[in-house]
Design a protein around this ligand. Structure first.
Ligand code: SF4
Length: 886
C-alpha cells in the first residue's frame, strides 16, 4: 500500500468491531483514525484502537519458522508439522491431534482450520479461546432459539428506554458502544442499570447499580420473571404463538420469587423492587451481558434466565428490545459462524445431526467427518496433559497464561510430544513449541471478521508481512496439502475461502437456518476487496446493503417446532471453603488486551496501570494485614500470584478482582491464570474465570523499589518485579523478601555502570533507603529508588526524564529526591491515555474552575476522544469538591 493512502480495515481488539482508517506515513509510521462510514463506530475509536499505530513495531515479532529453537526453512517446518500430525493420526487415531485457535483469527483462517480438522482429519478436537469468552451465550442461544443467534443490533441500545448491563464493564471493555449508549441517554433519557458485584466505572455511570452477590444473576432474573408474571405482563399472544416450555420455567421462577432473589442477591429490598418496576414499565428493554454472565459454571443458565424474561414479554427482535450478548473478541462471532468450536459444525450446522454432517461432508467432498463433538478448551488441555492428545497446533493465542490452572497447562505443553504454535510474537506459550510458525499480523493480513451485532467487515492488509511471516489461512492450507488434501485446500486468496464459506451457509437453507450469507457465494475478487460492512443474514439474491435485520419479533425460531424455548434454570450460589474464603474475579482493564502481546508495546497504554493489582475491600485488607499499595499474595489450590493491593470500597467484601492480562513477560509471579480454578459450566464448557476460591496474605517485603531505565534489563534480581514500557525506556516496580547488602552494586547491575557515566546517589545510614541516578552525558540512563515501604516517587514525572535531552544541576538532585519542585509540573498518574493527561493536571483544572467533565475536556482535552476515562475524571472532580467542602 502506497504511503498516504488510507486503508479501510477493522480494529482487532474487541467485539464492537470498529472501522479503522490506517494510513502508512512516509517515515514508516501508520496514522490511525476511526472510519466515519463504519456503522459500528461512525468514526469513534477507544484508547486501544487509537493506539494501534503504536503497536506495529517488529520487537518480539516472529520472523522465521523455527524447529526445536533453531531457524528453519518454511518447507522443513511445514513438512515436519504435516508428517508428525499424519503419523500421530495413523498411530493413535484422529482424536489424538488437536487445534486450539483464537478469536483473533479471521473467518477465512478459521474456516480452513475447521475444515481440515473436522472434515479431513475427521475429529472435532478444534476449540478456541472464544470458549473462555462467550461459549455460555452460544449454549444459551441454542437452548432457547435452536440456533446461535444474536437477535438484535447496536441500534437497539440506542432505541431502548432501559438498558440493563449484566456482568459487563462496558465503559472499559466495549468503550465505543458505551459512548453510543451514553449519547442516546443524552438524547432520549435512556435509563441504565448495571448488575455487577463490583462498582466499576460503568456502574458509576449508571442510574442504578445492583451490586449483587457473586453468581446470583440467575436468582435476580428468576425473581424478575416471577414479578413480570405477577404483574400480568406476560405477552400471551407471543408466548402462545411462538414459544414452548413456559410452565416449567415459570414454576422455577415462582419457587424463587422475590424472597429467593432477595436472599440470593443480598440486595436491599427497595433496590430490587426498583429494578423490577423499571424493567416492568419499560417496553423497550435491552439486557446486554458479557463475561460476568458467561464466565461462570452456571453461565448458560444465566443466559437463559435473561432470555426467559424477554421471551415472556415478547420483548425481542423489535427496535430497542432484546437480550444482547456482547462478545469479547473481534472475531468470536466469525469463529462461531464457521464452526470453530469443538461442539459445532460449519455454518451453524449441528455436529450432532447426521443430515447436517452429511451435508457438510458432501459439500467439502471430504473422506469423512467428525461424528461427535470434540474436546472443549479446558478438557482439551487436560487431554494434552494426560497424553490422550499427542500433537497440538495452537494458533494466535496464549493458553499458557489465559486458561485456568495455567501452570497445569504449561506442564501439559511441556509433556506433549509435539507442539506447534503459529503466532505473531513470542509468548509464554511459544516457549513450549517444537515448531514455531511466524504468522502475519493485523496490519498484514486480509479477510473478514464479524462483530457482536452480526456485522461482517473486511480486515484489509496495508503493510507487507515482515521477514517470512505468512497469513494463517495460507499456513493451514500448506499443511493440509502436505497431509494429502491438496485439492480441497487449493485456495489462491481469502476471497475464494469466503465464497466457499458463504456458499455452504446457503446450501439447503431456505430460511431453515439463521446463518446464511448465500448472497456472497459468487462474490468476485474485486467485490470482496470492496466489500462494505453488512449484517447477516444475507440470503441468495438479497442485496448486501439491505436494512438492519433482527430476529424473532414474529417467532420463527430454529428449534424443530420453530418455537422459542423457555429454559428452567435452578438457583445456584457461589460456595466458598473456609480455607479459601474469598472469591477471585478476573477481568479486563481499560487499556489492555488479552495477554498484552500488542498493547504492552505502547507506553501510552501502559500508563494507566503499569502493573497488575488486586482490588480488595478495606475490611478484607485490614483483616489480612494488607496495607494499601503494598504487595499481597493470592493463593488458591491451583497456584499463587503476587500483585499490588488496591484497597477500595468499589470492591465488594468477600471478593477480590485481578486483571487477566499480566504474564511472565511483564511480571514475576503475576500470571493470575495460575490461581484460577479450572471448573467449567457443564453445558457450555466455559470456565468460571470469575469465581475461584482463594485466600490472601501480605507479601513480606524487606524492601520496595521503583526504577526508570533507558534500556530493558536482561535480568531483574527481585522476588517481585513488574516491567512496563515508558516513553524513552522502561519503568519497573520491584520488591524483595530479603535485604540487599550492597545497593550500589545492585543499581550498577540494573541501571548500568562505566567510566563515562556519571552517578549521583544517596542512602540513609542503615541503607534502608537508597536513591541513585546515572547519566550518560546530559541524558538519564536510569534511576533507582529503594525504600522499606512502597516507594513514594512521582512516577509519571520521573518517567518523563527518560525523554529529556538535558538534565543538569539542581534538576538532577530533584530527580534523586523523587519529587518535582514547586515550579515543576507533575502530571500525576495518567487518567486519559488518549491525550496523556494525569490526575494532577485534572485536579489543577478543577482548582482553576472546571466543574464538569466537559469543562475539564475543554481545558485539557482529557475525555474528549474515546470517553473511557470520563467516569474517572468525574471521580476526581467529585473528590476535589468534597475536599473543598470539608
Ligand atoms: S471499542 Fe475500542 S477496542 Fe473495541 S473495536 Fe472499537 S476501537 Fe477497537
Amino acid at each position: 500500500m502506497a504511503s498516504g493512502t488510507p486503508t479501510r480495515t477493522t480494529c482487532p481488539y474487541c467485539g464492537v468491531g470498529c472501522g479503522v482508517l490506517a494510513t502508512p506515513q512516509e517515515d514508516g509510521s501508520v496514522a490511525i483514525k476511526g472510519d466515519e462510514q463504519h456503522p459500528a463506530n461512525y468514526g469513534r475509536l477507544c484508547s486501544k484502537g487509537s493506539a494501534l499505530g503504536e503497536t506495529l513495531s517488529l520487537d518480539d515479532r516472529l520472523l522465521y519458522p523455527e524447529v526445536d529453537g533453531r531457524r528453519a526453512a518454511w518447507d522443513e517446518a511445514l513438512d515436519l508439522v504435516a508428517r508428525r500430525f499424519s503419523e500421530t493420526i495413523i498411530e493413535h487415531g484422529p482424536e489424538s491431534v488437536a487445534i486450539y485457535g483464537s478469536g483473533q483469527l479471521l473467518t477465512e483462517d478459521y474456516y480452513v482450520a475447521n475444515k481440515l480438522m473436522k472434515g479431513f482429519i475427521g475429529a472435532a478436537n478444534i476449540d478456541t479461546n472464544s470458549r473462555l469468552c462467550m461459549a455460555s451465550s452460544v449454549a444459551g442461544h441454542i437452548r432457547a432459539f435452536g440456533s446461535d443467534t444474536v437477535p438484535g443490533t447496536y441500534e437497539d441500545l440506542e432505541e431502548a428506554d432501559l438498558v440493563v448491563l449484566v456482568g459487563s464493564n462496558m465503559t472499559w471493555c466495549h468503550p465505543v458502544l458505551f459512548q453510543r449508549l451514553l449519547a442516546a441517554r443524552e438524547r432520549r433519557g435512556t435509563k441504565i442499570v448495571v448488575v455487577d458485584p463490583r462498582r466499576t466505572v460503568t456502574a458509576e455511570a449508571a442510574d442504578l447499580h445492583l451490586a449483587i452477590a457473586p453468581n446470583s444473576d440467575v436468582a435476580l432474573f428468576l425473581g424478575l420473571f416471577d414479578h413480570l408474571d405477577r404483574m400480568g405482563l406476560g405477552d400471551s399472544a407471543y408466548v402462545d404463538g411462538h414459544t414452548s416450555g413456559l410452565a416449567e420455567a415459570l414454576g422455577a421462577a415462582r419457587e424463587c420469587g422475590f424472597p429467593g432473589a432477595l436472599s440470593a442477591t443480598r440486595l436491599p429490598a427497595e433496590q430490587l423492587r426498583e429494578f423490577y418496576t423499571l424493567w416492568s414499565r419499560s417496553e423497550r428493554v435491552v439486557t446486554a451481558y458479557s463475561q460476568g454472565v458467561n464466565q461462570s459454571v452456571v453461565g448458560t443458565d444465566k443466559v437463559n434466565a435473561i432470555i426467559n424474561c424477554h421471551l415472556f414479554t415478547g420483548r425481542i427482535g423489535r427496535p430497542g428490545m432484546g437480550p444482547f450478548s456482547l462478545t469479547g473478541q473481534p472475531n468470536a462471532m466469525g469463529g462461531r459462524e464457521v464452526g470453530g468450536l469443538a461442539n459445532m459444525l460449519a455454518a451453524h450446522l449441528d455436529i450432532n445431526s447426521p443430515s447436517h454432517r452429511e451435508l457438510v461432508q458432501a459439500f467439502w467432498g471430504s473422506p469423512g467427518i467428525a461424528e461427535r463433538p470434540g474436546l472443549k478448551a479446558v478438557d482439551l488441555f487436560r487431554a494434552v496433559g494426560d497424553g490422550q492428545v499427542k500433537a497440538i497446533w495452537i494458533m494466535g493465542t496464549n493458553p499458557a497464561d489465559s486458561l485456568p490452572d495455567a501452570d497445569a497447562v504449561q506442564d501439559a505443553l511441556r509433556s506433549c510430544p509435539f507442539v506447534v504454535v503459529s503466532d505473531v510474537t513470542r509468548t509464554d506459550t511459544t516457549r513450549h513449541a517444537h515448531v514455531l510458525l511466524p504468522a502475519a499480523g493485523w496490519a498484514e493480513k486480509s479477510g473478514t471478521v464479524t462483530n457482536s451485532e452480526r456485522r461482517i467487515s473486511r480486515q484489509r492488509s496495508f503493510l507487507k508481512a515482515p521477514g517470512e511471516a505468512r497469513p494463517d489461512w495460507r499456513i493451514i492450507c500448506d499443511v493440509a496439502a502436505r497431509m494429502g488434501f491438496a485439492e480441497a485446500f487449493d485456495y489462491r486468496s481469502p476471497a475464494e475461502i469466503f465464497r466457499e464459506h458463504a456458499a455452504l451457509s446457503g446450501i439447503a437453507n431456505d430460511g431453515t437456518r439463521d446463518f446464511d450469507i448465500g448472497a456472497c457465494a459468487e462474490l468476485s475478487e474485486s467485490a470482496y476487496d470492496m466489500l462494505a460492512p453488512f449484517q447477516w443474514p444475507r440470503r441468495q439474491g438479497q442485496a448486501l446493503d439491505d436494512a438492519t435485520t433482527r430476529f424473532f419479533a414474529e417467532g420463527g425460531f430454529y428449534t424443530p417446532d420453530r418455537r422459542g424455548r423457555f429454559v428452567s434454570t435452578p438457583v445456584a450460589l457461589q460456595a466458598v471453603s473456609p480455607e479459601f474464603p474469598l472469591i477471585l474475579n478476573t477481568g479486563r482493564i481499560r487499556d489492555q488486551w488479552h495477554t498484552m502481546t500488542r498493547t504492552a508495546k505502547t507506553p501510552r497504554l501502559m500508563s494507566h496501570y503499569a502493573e497488575s493489582f488486586c482490588e480488595i475491600h478495606p475490611e478484607d485488607a485490614e483483616e489480612a494485614g494488607i496495607a494499601p499499595a503494598t504487595l499481597m499474595r493470592i493463593v488458591s489450590p491451583q497456584g499463587a500470584v503476587v500483585v499490588r493491593a488496591l484497597v477500595t470500597e468499589r470492591q465488594q467484601k468477600g471478593s477480590v478482582f485481578v486483571p487477566m492480562h499480566w504474564t511472565d513477560q511483564q511480571t514475576a509471579q503475576g500470571r493470575i491464570g495460575a490461581a484460577v480454578h479450572p471448573s467449567v459450566d457443564p453445558i457450555s464448557g466455559q470456565p468460571g474465570l470469575k469465581l475461584s476460591g482463594v485466600r490472601i496474605e501480605p507479601f513480606d517485603a524487606a524492601w520496595y523499589g521503583f526504577a526508570v531505565l533507558r534500556n530493558r534489563p536482561e535480568v531483574i534480581a527481585a522476588d517481585y518485579w513488574a516491567l512496563a514500557r515508558a516513553e524513552g525506556g522502561w519503568r519497573i516496580e520491584l520488591a524483595g523478601a530479603e535485604p540487599v547488602e550492597d545497593w550500589a552494586a545492585y543499581a550498577a547491575d540494573l541501571v548500568g555502570s562505566g567510566e563515562n557515566l556519571e552517578t549521583l546517589s544517596y542512602s540513609d545510614q542503615d541503607q534502608a533507603s537508597f536513591r541513585l541516578a546515572t547519566f550518560s552525558g546530559d541524558a538519564l540512563l536510569g534511576a533507582l529508588f529503594i525504600a522499606p515501604r512502597p516507594v513514594a516517587v512521582s512516577r509519571t514525572w520521573a518517567v518523563e526524564h527518560l525523554s529529556a535531552k538535558e538534565i543538569r544541576g539542581t534538576e538532577r538532585l530533584r530527580l534523586l529526591s523523587g519529587r518535582p519542585g514547586a515550579d515543576q509540573a507533575d502530571p500525576g498518574p495518567i487518567v486519559c491515555a488518549c491525550f496523556s493527561v494525569g490526575a494532577n493536571q485534572i485536579a489543577a483544572a478543577v482548582e482553576n474552575g472546571a466543574e464538569t467533565v466537559d469543562e475539564v475536556g475543554q481545558s485539557l482535552r482529557a475525555g474528549t476522544n474515546c470517553g473511557s476515562c470520563r467516569v474517572e475524571i468525574r471521580r476526581l472532580i467529585d473528590a476535589a469538591a468534597l475536599k473543598k467542602a470539608v
